[in-house]
Structure formats: C-alpha cells, structure tokens
Design a binder for this molecule. Structure first.
Ligand code: NAD
Length: 355
C-alpha cells in the first residue's frame, strides 16, 4: 500500500492554490485539486483535478474522499473593489463552502485541516492610522472585522477551533497579509493592488502615457508578501504543532503611492499619479511577525522589490499579449476590450465568448 500522504487543495484553480499544488508536488505529496475553474495561465501539477462547486454538500463529500490533509483555500474573493461591493454573495458563498468542506473532511476521516483566513479579520478601530501598529494575532478581538468577507473569515476560524476541540480534527489557521506574484488575477475587477498597479504601469509604458490612477490619496499603507514565501509558510504551519491563528505576511509597511513608484522603477519609466475616488479599505495595515518567528522559526524572506520584479515581468507580458491579440481571458470568459483604455481602468466591457 502507498504511504504517500494524500492532500486536497481547494481553490486549486486560483492564484495561491495553483502555486501551492506545484509546491506540494515538489515535496512528494499526492495532490487532488478542486475548484469551479481550472488554473487560467498554466496547467495544474495536481495528480487529479476535479471541477466541483464546494458550496454543495455532495461535492464536498466527493472532494474529501480518501484524503489525509486538506488545505482549504476556495473562496469567492477579490481586491478591495470586489470585497467592498459584494457582501451578501461573499458571506453566503464562503460560509457554504467552508461549513460544508470541514464537515465533509471530518466525516471522511481527514487528519489535518488548514484554513486560509485573512488580515481582514482585524478590527477597523486598530487600522485608522497610515503609520499603523503592526497587528498581533490577539488584536482580532474585540471583533469588528472589515466587511462581510472579514466576518466570514472570523467565523470560520472559530469553526476550525471548535472542530479541533469537539472532534479532534487537527486544524491550523493562517491569516494572510496581501499575497502577490505571477499567475494571479491581474484584470477584471478582482485583482489586488500589486497586480492592478503592475497592469497600469505596463499600459503606461506601452502607450507612452505616464498617468496612473490611484484610488484615494494613495497614502493608505499595507505590507505585501511574495507567493513563494506564502506557500512555504503554509506548509510549515501545517506540519507544526501550533494550532491558533497565525499571521503570514511581510512586515514592511509601504504606501500605495510608493508601491506604484517601486513598480515604475522596475518597469524603467517615470509615472505621474492621478488620485481618483475609489474604495481604499482600512487606512493602514501591517503584520506583527513575532509569533510567526517564534512558532515556525521562520518568516518571509523575499524582498518586495524581488517579488515585484517577477510579478511585473509576468503582467507586462500579459498586457503585451492582450494588446497584440486585442483579447483577454478572465475566469474562463473571453473579452475583447479596447486595449489601452480598457486595460488601464480594468473595465473589460462585454464578454465575447466563453471558454
Ligand atoms: P483566488 O480567487 O485566486 O482563488 C480562490 C479560488 O476559489 C478561485 O479559483 C475560485 O474559483 C475558487 N472558488 C470560488 N468559489 C468556489 C466554489 N463554490 N467551489 C470551488 N471553488 C471555488 O484567491 P487566492 O488569492 O488564491 O486566495 C486563496 C485563499 O486565501 C482564499 O480563501 C482567500 O480568501 C485567502 N486570502 C488570500 C489573500 C491574498 O492576498 N491573495 C489574502 C487573504 C486571504
């Protein structure tokens, strides 16, 4: 009988899930990926990939059959523009996905279960200053998370804890702080700041129009963690004995204006920032990595500049391809945008075909 550990990655068609599958394969695991869509930019490395809607109970039972360990990443999510305007579907879809997946995992005898939470669980009242005090794990309470997205994450964190106490399922909970990298959503409304700004800088470079739109005054701050550090951190946490929620992010704070300038430097162009109204989220957010260092003996190592260089290179290539072919594929849907204007704004117009 094979002793290879069998792992399920939900959300394996998405950004982090796709990279995680590749990493787990390189570590010798047998991997099943599940998602409602296939990875958009590269074929999956999973041994098995099943297209299943995990809001449905029967699909969760199918996904978790014969599995030893689950990495639960599936979620209806996006950047600030998306999560600040889709509260009801986000809460409904993600609650169904997470409640059904963990219960099916328990019934199917899964031994370890890692849930991917978010820095969006931290209360708004601790994040009102751009020069924010880095957030420690215990700062999540008294709870006042950001948006329905953050509330659902917090509830599922509690659910994971109760499944451990009541049923003995070994649960782990990671709170990501802005993960970025190549092969992630870069256009269409769900992309996050590093990808959106990389796209805008690439369009500026290719059209010789240096103006970049920034939502708000651009003085809002965040930290950003490169994807390779993220997948390494998740797997270290899964193997560790630490059972409480743990931050996983970089702790270098940077404003959105400065992030745009770093990307422009990488692209080798000068930009001018145009501040427009748009959702900004909390004023400042940073990760306190004290507990991460203590529990895992490790913290993210890849610098913002090194990660952005790889990300920008990949996004510039996507933008060039789109400008050349005049079409862009997002979530399995083909759009035919007016290249420069549509790409700069991220507004794709009407779809022309489905994959
Ligand atoms: P992503 O959107 O690229 O991946 C999520 C995947 O879940 C998508 O491929 C999507 O199709 C899939 N999904 C959605 N609904 C589904 C359903 N009903 N059934 C099956 N699959 C479904 O996002 P990501 O950036 O890879 O994020 C992965 C996880 O990490 C998510 O839980 C997210 O909330 C969390 N997270 C990410 C970040 C970040 O910076 N990327 C930050 C905090 C938390």
């Amino acid at each position: 009988m094979s002793t290879q550990v069998k792992v399920l990655v939900t959300g394996a068609g998405g950004f982090i899930g796709h990279h995680l599958v590749t990493y787990l394969k390189s570590q010798g695991y047998w991997v099943r990926g599940v998602d409602i869509k296939r990875p958009e930019y590269n074929p999956t490395d999973a041994d098995e990939f099943e297209m299943l809607d995990l809001r449905r109970w029967d699909n969760c039972l199918q996904a978790t059959r014969g599995i030893d360990e689950v990495y639960a990443l599936a979620a209806d999510m996006g950047g600030m523009g998306f999560i600040s305007t889709n509260h009801a579907p986000i809460l409904y879809n993600n609650a169904l996905i997470n409640f059904h997946t963990i219960e099916a995992a328990r019934l199917n005898g899964v031994k370890r279960y890692l849930y991917t939470s978010s820095a969006c669980v931290y209360p708004d009242y601790r994040q009102r200053d751009a020069n924010v005090t880095p957030l420690k794990e215990e700062d999540a309470y008294p709870a006042q998370p950001e948006d329905a997205y953050g509330w659902e994450k917090l509830i599922t964190e509690r659910l994971a804890t109760h499944y451990r106490h009541d049923y003995g399922l070994e649960t782990r909970v990671v709170r990501f702080h802005n993960i970025f990298g190549p092969l992630g959503t870069w256009v269409g409304g769900r992309e996050k700041a590093p990808a959106a700004l990389s796209r805008k800088v690439a369009v500026a470079k290719l059209t010789n129009n240096p103006e970049i739109e920034i939502w708000g005054d651009g003085l809002q701050t965040r930290s950003f963690c490169y994807i390779d550090d993220c997948v390494k951190g998740i797997t270290l946490l899964m193997r560790s004995d630490y059972r409480e929620p743990l931050n996983l992010g970089q702790d270098r704070l940077i404003s959105i204006n400065d992030l745009a300038e770093v990307i422009a430097n990488i692209a080798g162009i000068k930009i001018s920032l145009k501040h427009v109204s748009g959702p900004q989220g909390v004023r400042g957010r940073n990760s306190d990595n004290s507990r991460l260092r203590k529990e895992l003996g490790w913290e993210p190592e890849i610098t913002l500049e090194a990660g952005l260089a790889k990300t920008y290179e990949w996004i510039e290539k996507q933008v060039r391809n789109t400008v050349t072919t005049g079409a862009v594929m997002v979530n399995g849907v083909m759009y035919q945008p007016l290249p420069a204007a549509a790409l700069a704004s991220g507004n794709l117009g009407m779809p022309v075909a489905r994959a």
